[in-house]
Write a protein that binds this ligand. Structure first.
Ligand code: NAD
Length: 557
């Protein structure tokens, strides 16, 4: 089901594929570049259209890698990789899969942020669908323009809150494109089934209105009823045109992100990675940290700096996990505390708190700073999701180390320049005792003769596996229970040798195995809760493994 070559009769029937000749070379899903065999060249009308020597896929990878490494900077490498993806997807994914640690920062964060900022000027060829507010009344028709039948995985953004960069309008397209590339590289979702979409409702970023190469609508963002009606038509269109699709809401602004997830998750199989994926990866880090501290989940007290999508998402999933461990919902919520830009989130605060903060606004005197909150509340873990560089000061970290033998310090804000503290600071200020993880990668740190390897709490560990599991089981809904299962699975995959280095996540080189295990847990959850759209196969993991796209060339002749 996730392998369209067979559906399209390419490898299954042994028939020569359609198209042939130059058209075949221009189809990135079928193109083999210089690797078409002698027989294929005869059978498919390719003689003369490609140079005489037949290369192997491995040789093509080496050639592409050489060209890539000669590019002077990350954005040039991004442009090169995008062009390769648009020309030959098998080669692109082989390169990415075989060199995953080198490629992920180029096709996703941090380079994708820069790529989005420059998306207008580096624009070469459209990928995915752009649907603007001016298309109202015609959205289903536009979805039908997509050339591949039966998209199964859609990532959609309205560009309002792209990474930490804010409102980038239509330039945000780099994010759905990048995320879907990760689904394919990390979890083997076939690229044929992936569909990136940008909803253009305008932008409130004045710089873009003045940019001569801006690719989106030059108008202010549509909000309120008109926006809601547009989204409702979009959702109805997706359900009608791609009834089996799983949709990921991506990089929507704070108010819309919570609302859309809440309003649509039971009507359209969908989830929000910024909220739920982040939650699962952070919870996995916490569960793993307990193997180092020796503590129990239900005894933890979490203090968050930042009360947005990431922070409240993590707290909500922690509550689900603590309930599973025996706490009541109220007791579990009482273990999560938030400091936002105005101070400790408490009931007594004069300002009107946003709805997503209310469940964590406890009856407690107001405290204006993080350090006072640490001293008073005595948390076991400090989680930074504020986008505020330097938020974890030496005083804060030292206080955490005074309170805890192994303080958990997660500085998750991206990019690296926004992290609440650096890995080096966390280890130095805690006398080498911190269990540290970050959103962006930090190099290993040597402190007092001990080597510490910071874990990277990258959502890439979670969403590809969740998506694959949901697709393979044809889940009707993606539930919090599935994210909890994903977090527990990820935590289980951390090996003793990782823990010995203080690393609370597996190395990225294990990503396809991690995704497979998570997909299995998610699919099992769907089968167990009656949410699967197909009968449970005897061997769930074998079934999923067989569906994973492995970038190798099929034999056409
Ligand atoms: P958001 O805009 O929804 O929330 C940010 C929150 O931080 C808000 O509550 C805001 O009030 C608070 N804040 C801002 N300045 C502050 C300050 N000076 N002191 C205290 N609080 C402050 O954003 P989000 O989606 O929750 O993301 C927050 C950060 O988390 C971003 O930097 C993002 O890169 C990072 N993040 C990391 C991961 C990961 O590591 N896997 C995943 C998602 C988000």
């Amino acid at each position: 089901m996730l392998r369209p070559q067979a559906d399209r009769g390419l490898s299954a029937s042994g028939e020569p594929p359609q198209p042939r000749g130059v058209q075949l070379l221009h189809d990135p899903l079928l193109n083999k570049g210089t690797a078409f065999t002698e027989q294929e060249r005869d059978a498919l009308g390719l003689r003369g259209l490609v140079p005489p020597r037949v290369f192997t896929l491995e040789e093509e990878v080496q050639r592409a890698l050489g060209s890539l490494r000669r590019k002077p900077d990350a954005i040039e490498k991004y442009i090169f990789l995008t062009a390769l993806q648009n020309r030959n997807e098998t080669l692109f994914y082989r390169l990415v899969v075989d060199h995953i640690e080198e490629m992920v920062p180029l096709i996703y964060t941090p380079t994708v942020g820069q790529a989005c900022l420059e998306y207008g000027s580096i624009f070469r060829r459209s990928r995915g669908l752009f649907i603007s507010i001016k298309d109202r009344g015609h959205i289903a028709e536009i979805l039908r323009h997509w050339p591949h039948e039966g998209a199964r995985l859609i990532v959609v953004t309205d560009g309002e809150r792209i990474l930490g960069l804010g409102d980038l309008g239509a330039l945000g397209m780099g994010i759905p494109v990048g995320k879907l590339s990760l689904y394919t590289a990390c979890a083997g979702v076939h690229p044929y089934y992936t569909l990136p979409i940008t909803l253009d409702v305008g932008t409130d970023n004045d710089r873009l209105h003045e940019d001569p190469f801006y690719i989106g609508l030059r108008q202010r963002r549509v909000r309120g009823e008109e926006y809601d009606a547009f989204i409702a038509e979009f959702v109805a269109g997706v359900r009608a045109v791609f009834p089996k699709a799983l949709l990921q809401w991506e990089d929507f602004g704070n108010t819309n992100a919570f609302r859309l997830l809440h309003d649509y998750r039971s009507r359209l199989c969908s989830f929000n990675d910024d909220i739920q994926g982040t939650a699962a990866v952070a919870l996995a880090g916490l569960i793993t940290a307990l193997r180092l501290t020796g503590g129990r989940l239900a005894d933890q007290k979490l203090l968050f700096l930042g009360a947005g999508e990431a922070g409240t998402g993590i707290a909500d999933l922690f509550v689900a996990a603590a309930r599973e461990a025996g706490l009541s919902e109220a007791d579990a919520r009482a273990r999560c505390w938030f400091v936002d830009s105005k101070g400790l989130v408490v009931q007594a605060r004069g300002d009107r708190l946003a709805e997503h903060k209310l469940p964590y606004a406890h009856a407690h005197p107001f405290l204006p700073t993080l350090v006072e909150s640490v001293k008073t509340l005595q948390p076991t873990a400090l989680i930074g999701v504020s986008g505020m560089a330097g938020g974890f000061t030496q005083e804060v970290v030292a206080e955490m180390a005074r309170l805890n033998a192994r303080p958990v310090i997660f500085a998750l804000s991206n990019p690296t320049s926004k992290a609440e503290c650096t890995a080096e600071q966390a280890y130095a200020w805690s006398d080498g005792r911190a269990i540290f993880a970050s959103g962006s990668p930090f190099a290993p740190v040597e402190f007092n003769g001990v080597r510490h390897v910071p874990g990277q709490g990258n959502n890439i560990y979670i969403f590809p596996g969740v998506g694959l599991g949901a697709l393979a089981s044809e889940a009707r809904e993606v539930t919090d229970g599935m994210f909890l299962a994903a977090a527990q699975t990820l935590a289980r995959l951390v090996q003793p040798e990782d823990l010995a280095l203080g690393r609370v996540y597996p190395p990225l080189t294990m990503i396809r195995e991690v995704s497979l295990q998570i997909a299995t847990a998610v699919a099992e959850n769907a089968y167990a809760h009656g949410l699967a759209g197909q009968p449970r196969p005897d061997d769930v993991q074998g079934d999923i493994r067989a569906r994973m796209f492995d970038p190798v060339y099929p034999n056409y002749a």
